[in-house]
Ligand binder design. Structure first.
Ligand SMILES: C[S@@+](CC[C@H](N)C(=O)[O-])C[C@H]1O[C@@H](n2cnc3c(N)ncnc32)[C@H](O)[C@@H]1O
Length: 239
């Protein structure tokens, strides 16, 4: 990993917003899921939550793997997802095209916040609406009844980013160091990381220059030939 790339990844991770997330309820079209995850990365969301029922599991699940930088947590039900988000003291906002929904610009996103988005055709479930703290809507005055879900997500997330930037929330790092190290290892040493995963070997720490810090015993666990090790940046061994 070059020093420039290493520094860039560290800078990206430093601005991750641990207490801002989205929950996708049966959003399953791959291009929509990918577009939303991409926006999440762009505004600094670290983890996305998903709920897919049996009908939607395959398509949504497939698209999710496309983004390396955003973690995902799948839940079996919207109730389970809401419980997990509430356990993190998040306010749950549900995008719902109802008469009682408030304008999405009138909400405080500097609080720990999860935003629920619904299925492409039917929107969010009644259960999701019941579990949420607040319905929000992007006002529309045209003939069509709704926006594309990834467009709706981008608009709301950029309002959240705007408020959080003003509040200085991008100035303080919140991602735990352990999580940073994992992402740095995955990004900088993808082949080694795959081997570790396959063999159940713990990821090694990464130093401030992006180098692996591991004992000889750690390298020996990998059980690969010296030639392969060389190809895998064996010169990074320290200690
Ligand atoms: C195409 S819409 C679903 C429309 C569905 N008929 C309904 O009534 O919810 C898919 C998702 O996009 C988001 N969305 C679309 N337009 C929106 C708007 N104007 N305000 C807030 N969210 C919107 C919501 O998450 C919604 O569940």
């Amino acid at each position: 990993m070059s020093p420039e790339r290493h520094q860039r990844i560290r800078e990206v991770l430093r601005q991750r917003q641990l207490d801002l997330t989205v929950c996708l309820e049966n959003v399953h079209k791959p291009h929509n899921v990918s577009a939303i995850v991409r926006t999440c990365d762009a505004i600094g969301i670290h983890r996305v939550h998903t709920v897919w029922d049996e009908r939607h599991k395959l398509r949504g699940g497939t698209a999710m793997g496309s983004q390396q930088w955003v973690r995902t947590t799948n839940h079996d039900t919207i109730g389970e997802a809401a419980a997990a988000l509430k356990a993190q003291d998040m306010q749950i906002l549900v995008t719902n095209l109802s008469q009682t929904a408030v304008d999405f610009r009138d909400v405080d996103y500097t609080r720990p916040t999860a935003i629920l988005f619904g299925q492409e055709r039917y929107g969010v479930s009644n259960e999701a609406v019941a579990l949420a703290d607040q319905d929000i809507v992007i006002p529309m005055v045209g003939m069509v009844q709704s926006l594309n879900v990834s467009v709706a997500a981008a608009l709301i997330l950029y309002e959240a980013q705007r408020q959080r930037q003003i509040a200085g929330l991008y100035d303080k790092a919140t991602l735990p160091d352990e999580e940073c190290q994992q992402l740095l290892f995955e990004a900088g040493y993808p082949r080694l990381q795959k081997m570790c995963k396959r063999k159940g070997i713990a990821y090694p720490p990464i130093d401030d220059h992006g180098h692996i810090v591991a004992s000889k015993a750690w390298w020996q666990q990998l059980q690969v030939s010296p030639a392969v090790l060389q190809a895998l940046h064996a010169d990074e061994i320290a200690g």
